[in-house]
Design a protein around this ligand. Structure first.
Ligand code: GRF
Length: 231
């Protein structure tokens, strides 16, 4: 039996789409429900197009306990065992974090702990990276706690910043990696959930940056999958 997973998204949902696309090759987990705080989120259309249940739980101006209550109700209705945040721009209420300990992941478009925290989302992240002169950025998958972007890191993959990059060019390069990294991270967590154990910590491969620069696109998944196996 595959692990029922909820994806929380506020935006267009390209990461949700990558998760939905990957799922067909993975018997380990499936997207049972998509939750959004915004009725106009593109992610909701992607969910419905894939024949999945989708629900809107408004957050703005509401008591977090009330939001948690509504959300937990929907999650229980779908038997959800783990949650993947994919462009979800709200803090996850304490009640949900307590109900899903070490079962909630987020993906962030930079190498945390750098370039994270409140207000660091979307284009702003990549603008800050380019302005800093950093030569490396990347994608981070981390456990979700009660603050923005501070949970324990689950997996990371580097992306080179080229000298002439603007925020959009960098965003596109990082997003392409997110779409490969996140589904494989989900596989890794859900295998552990299915077996009732903690997943082994991710070992950041020492040669990842070289691999990221030199690898042809199709090689990326193979490399990342290899890194997850090295435990
Ligand atoms: C991604 O860059 C993700 O890292 C961040 O929000 C963005 C969501 O994009 N948390 P999309 O909605 O999945 O296209």
């Amino acid at each position: 039996m595959s692990v029922p997973v909820a994806v929380f998204a506020s935006g267009g949902g390209t990461n949700l789409q990558a998760l939905l696309n990957h799922e067909s090759s993975s018997a380990i987990w499936r997207v049972a429900l998509v939750v959004s705080d915004r009725p106009d989120a593109g992610a909701l259309d992607r969910a419905r197009n894939a024949g999945r249940d989708a629900t809107v739980v408004p957050v703005k101006g509401r008591d977090p306990d009330e939001v948690a209550g509504d959300t937990l109700h929907a999650l229980a209705d779908h038997g959800v065992e783990a949650i993947l945040l994919a462009g979800y721009l709200r803090l996850v209420p304490t009640g949900i974090i307590r109900a899903y300990p070490r079962r909630i992941l987020n993906i962030h478009p930079a190498l945390l702990p750098a370039f994270g925290g409140k207000g660091m989302y979307g284009r702003r992240v990549h603008e800050a990276v380019v302005a800093s002169g950093a030569k490396v950025s990347g994608a981070t998958v981390h456990y979700v706690d009660e603050a923005y972007d501070t949970g324990t890191i689950f997996a990371q993959w580097p992306v080179p910043v080229h000298p002439n990059d603007d925020a959009d060019a960098l965003a596109a390069r990082v997003l392409a990696v997110e779409h490969v990294l996140y589904p494989l991270a989900a596989d890794h967590l859900m295998r552990a959930v299915a077996d009732g154990r903690m997943p082994a910590p991710f070992e950041y491969p020492g040669d990842a940056f070289t691999l990221a620069q030199d690898a042809p696109a199709g090689e990326l998944a193979r490399q990342i999958r290899g890194a997850f196996r090295r435990r």
